[in-house]
Design a protein around this ligand. Sequence first.
Ligand SMILES: [Zn+2]
Length: 59
Amino acid sequence: MKRILMEVLACPVCKGKLELNVEAEGGGEIFVGTLYCDKCDISYPITDTIPNLMLPNSD
Ligand SMILES: [Zn+2]
């Protein structure tokens, strides 16, 4: 994902801001990392540049 996406991404649970932790980045894209919501204490993974904002347990 592009770093600028952080401006529009929000936690799907509380619609709050997410904290970006980058593990691998290049060419303006984040390849691997996590998006963390402090309020919900949930980490959403970024893998192969794709942020996955699905809940770990959505049943
Ligand atoms: Zn949240």
